[in-house]
Ligand binder design. Structure first.
Ligand SMILES: [Zn+2]
Length: 65
């Protein structure tokens, strides 16, 4: 069943929720606390970009130990 779900980031996405009514409402409540898939993808991309920089700082320090 398709539901219009509002996420924590205030974006509304149509989600296909299945299962018992209780399970669907639990999922909606969970989605309300989560960032939407698009925002999570953006977050992952931005952190992937930072990773080489992160390695540049962390790797030499680890090699010194
Ligand atoms: Zn979002």
């Amino acid at each position: 069943m398709l539901y219009e779900v509002r996420f924590r980031c205030n974006h509304v996405h149509t989600m296909d929720l299945t299962g018992q009514a209780e399970d669907r409402f639990r999922k909606i409540a969970l989605y309300n606390q989560m960032f939407c898939p698009e925002c999570r993808a953006q977050y992952a991309i931005s952190h992937t970009r930072e990773l080489p920089l992160f390695r540049a700082f962390v790797m030499p320090a680890r090699q010194m130990q």
